[in-house]
Design a protein around this ligand. Structure first.
Ligand SMILES: [Fe+2]
Ligand SMILES: [Fe+2]
Length: 294
């Protein structure tokens, strides 16, 4: 009999989400330094924000949380010790890297010279390669091993760390320091730059796109109701004028009957328009999710 599927622990889901966010940021770093000659201070602003985030959150929460996970893994699976030691060294090195790159970026932004730009490019190139290799190894070897070997009480200790600190950019509240970076990604999402989501910015991106779709659906609905309200008011005025201004009793009676027919037809029209707007809104909300998972 096949063994039952092991449910992915919440801590692993969070770590994987954070890897996706980091991959998105690394991709953005590369885009920024490729698209710019880094000749002015402003060319460094976004890059500085990204590296500062990587130093503030992954270096202080993500990697130490993994260190805790690795401690527990070595206790349950002693033959993982060598890999764990290497990943711990990586964590130290990555934290040193981000601190050094921040310094390089500050210097380059203060005095943007071709030499400073070249030093930044080299340092970022080494850093992005190192972090990507590191994450790939964790995803392919260490996380699956942890899922297999760790006990429930191990996971509780790891998850409590995530509950203690919130991600200042991708968490439920965006920290003031990262508003510009958040806006940058929100604008990308708004312009439906789907390449961003391919690298893992699914949650925030879809949330923004979804909110847009709902908002535009509501705007369509209000416009449609206003349109029908105007035609109803006009038809009502016309019926009153006809009913009271004509002398023939038959024609006067026919006016409210015509109005009742108009109300019935309008009601059907409103129902059809409402259904159409609802379907369009749902499609617009779902489409980004569908595209990302395809
Ligand atoms: Fe790690
Ligand atoms: Fe990691």
């Amino acid at each position: 009999m096949a063994s039952p599927a092991v449910k992915t622990p919440e801590a692993i889901v969070t770590l994987q989400d954070e890897h996706r966010y980091m991959n998105l940021l690394l991709g953005t770093l590369e885009e920024q330094v490729q698209a710019s000659d880094l000749s002015t201070s402003a060319d460094y602003f976004l890059v500085q924000d990204i590296v500062r985030y990587l130093h503030d959150y992954p270096d202080t929460v993500h990697h130490p949380t993994e260190d805790l996970l690795f401690d527990k893994l070595v206790r349950r699976k002693p033959d993982s010790e060598k890999d764990v030691a290497r990943l711990r060294r990586d964590h130290d090195k990555l934290s040193e890297n981000t601190a050094e790159i921040l310094q390089l970026l500050n210097d380059a932004a203060e005095q943007p010279t071709p030499e400073a730009a070249a030093a930044v490019r080299l340092a970022l190139d080494n850093f992005t390669g190192r972090l990507r290799r590191h994450m790939r190894f964790e995803e392919s070897r260490m996380f699956p091993a942890a899922v297999q070997c760790l006990a429930k009480r191990d996971w509780r200790g790891i998850e409590s760390r995530f509950n203690a600190v919130q991600d200042p950019l991708f968490g439920p509240a965006v920290d003031r320091d990262y508003r510009v970076l958040y806006e940058y990604f929100a604008n990308r999402a708004n312009s439906l730059s789907r390449s961003a989501t391919r690298f893992g910015f699914l949650q925030l991106d879809s949330m923004i796109v979804g909110a847009d779709a709902v908002e535009s659906g509501i705007v369509d609905m209000i416009e449609m109701l206003q349109r029908h309200a105007e035609s109803l008011a006009q038809e009502s005025r016309e019926t009153m004028r006809t009913a009271f201004n004509i002398r023939s009793p038959g024609a006067a009676l026919a006016a409210p009957v015509r109005f009742a027919g108009f109300i019935g037809k309008t009601g059907i029209g409103i129902a059809c328009d409402t259904a159409d707007i609802s379907i369009r809104t749902i499609k617009n909300v779902v489409r980004p999710l569908w595209n990302d998972s395809s």
